[in-house]
Design a protein around this ligand. Structure first.
Ligand SMILES: *[C@@H]1O[C@H](CO)[C@@H](O)[C@H](O)[C@H]1NC(C)=O
Ligand SMILES: *[C@@H]1O[C@H](CO)[C@@H](O)[C@H](O)[C@H]1NC(C)=O
Ligand SMILES: CC(=O)N[C@H]1CO[C@H](CO)[C@@H](O)[C@@H]1O
Length: 449
């Protein structure tokens, strides 16, 4: 699914426009925009500035018209409306009515897809569009629905569609933004979830959701009632970078978020082992995330033996159990290791001071940096990286050594995203040269002292 997502978010048109080689060559671009996930050209800063200046003007004039409705459409990745007043949410027409007495309202309306990845039209294909509409009581009565249920707590309306189901996207697009939006209410908020027809998403994140809100979640698309509130946020706040909270823009930090997660999933281990101080006899635990279909380790047994020789207790696992069980496994370890892929998102459950070892396949350097290395910095996790050589890649069976597949991945990128994905992400497995890898394991051990 991960790969399908990457491919989908990178249309031919955009490839041409961007020039893939330039992308790979430019650290700045990869660093700033996580292009795998955010391929829209309009989000380059120079363009963006003009774009949002235009939007800004429109927004100001509309928010003046509807006094208690402030819709911020200036952010690069999300649109959010914060509304106070007589709010009636009608899921059959996907409309949030804001009802004002008399002639005050002048029919302003906004359309919002409440999934914070607005630069990515592919993600939006599976996100329901909602309309926020200011209406006056003097309008035709048939236009304004009557309330079936009135709620005194405020509400947040967000989507569990888009790229949900991919662990990386679940967290970077929904869970962290939802935390940013909902945490301030300290549980006194109702969660209205759209695109959750598949309630598996709600089940998957149930413990987290239950700790954000003390009320039942409302699967809004399946609900024919008109729900009325005095205060609603439509959409989720989001900071631009992946898996990150910018503490200058929020009272919360990644540290707070990780503590909240640990508490939601009742994860006991707050801090990784401190060797030489804790029980001498205890070995630190290394958990290896194995992948089955692509980017998998060919010589897992050999890696395990080497890690044991170095002094680790080792566990090999696949993230196919329930979220809570996997969270427990990851939380129990001191070092987490895996080939670049969505499974590494589980580093969020690591205790403080733990070590993450990302094994970087050929061609995946910049996406590895943007998606996991950079985010690890705010998580109080020590990051190590093992970049494999051509000899350690299964690609060596398909291409001669010295082929540009190894020497110049960007030249493959220039030939198209589909090819790039298929070569580097779908058809590459990893046979770690344990002698070359041993120093990385020793470094991890040293960091735990
Ligand atoms: C608002 O729009 C509705 C149709 O959508 C129209 O019937 C109504 O007269 C309008 N009200 C105002 C105050 O413009
Ligand atoms: C909601 O209220 C309207 C009008 O009061 C009524 O016609 C409708 O059946 C109610 N819907 C539900 C699901 O209760
Ligand atoms: C059940 C549970 O884990 N509750 C936690 C939810 O989050 C708060 C922090 O706001 C913790 O204190 C609770 O223990």
């Amino acid at each position: 699914m991960y790969d399908a997502i990457l491919a989908r978010s990178f249309s031919r048109y955009e490839q041409k426009k961007l020039g893939y080689g330039a992308l790979l060559g430019s650290l700045f671009i990869a660093f700033s925009f996580c292009l795998f996930f955010k391929p829209n050209f309009a989000s380059l800063p120079a363009f963006n500035f003009r774009l949002s200046a235009g939007v800004n003007l429109k927004m100001l004039s509309s928010s003046q018209r509807a006094k208690d409705t402030v819709c911020n459409t200036m952010e690069t990745r999300t649109d959010v409306c914060e509304i106070n007043g007589d709010i009636r949410i009608d899921s059959r027409s996907a409309t949030v009515f804001v009802v004002s007495p008399g002639q005050e309202a002048k029919n302003s309306s906004w359309t919002i897809r409440p999934y914070p990845r607005k630069e990515d039209p592919k993600a939006f294909k599976s996100v329901r569009e909602w309309t926020v509409k200011s209406v006056a009581t003097t309008d035709e009565v048939s236009d304004i629905p009557q309330c079936n249920q009135s709620h005194s707590a405020p509400a947040i309306l967000f989507s569990a569609g888009g790229y949900s189901g991919n662990n990386f996207h679940d967290f970077t697009d929904i869970v962290i933004p939802l935390y940013l939006t909902a945490r301030q209410f300290d549980g006194e908020v109702k969660l209205l979830i759209t695109d959750a027809g598949h309630s598996w998403w709600i089940v998957k994140f149930q413990k987290f959701l239950k700790n954000l809100s003390r009320y039942e979640f409302i699967n809004i698309d399946k609900d024919n009632s008109v729900h009325c509130f005095r205060s609603v946020i439509v959409g989720l706040k989001r900071h631009p970078r992946e898996l990150m909270i910018d503490p200058s823009r929020s009272p919360y930090s990644m540290k707070d978020f990780r503590m909240f997660l640990r508490s939601s999933y009742s994860l006991p281990k707050a801090v990784a082992i401190k060797m030489g101080q804790d029980d001498e006899k205890q070995r630190p635990l290394l958990v290896i995330i194995s992948r089955k279909r692509t980017r998998s380790f060919i010589n897992t047994d050999e890696i395990v033996r080497t890690a044991e020789e170095v002094g680790f207790e080792v566990m090999v696992t696949e993230p196919d159990t329930s979220m809570s069980q996997f969270a427990e496994i990851v939380n129990s370890c001191d070092v987490l290791m895996g080939v670049h892929g969505a499974g590494l998102t589980n580093m969020l459950f690591l205790p403080e001071n733990a070590v993450l070892i990302q094994v970087v396949p050929i061609g995946a350097a910049w996406v590895s940096k943007t998606c996991f290395e950079d985010p690890s910095k705010d998580m109080n996790i020590r990051y190590l990286e093992y970049k494999i050589e051509a000899e350690e890649s299964s690609l060596i069976q398909q291409f001669p050594a010295g082929h540009e597949v190894f020497s110049n991945p960007s030249s493959i990128g220039k030939q198209g995203w589909d090819l790039f994905r298929s070569v580097y992400l779908d058809k590459q497995n990893v046979k770690v040269d344990v002698n070359r890898f041993r120093p990385t394991l020793l470094k991890a051990l040293e960091l735990l002292h």
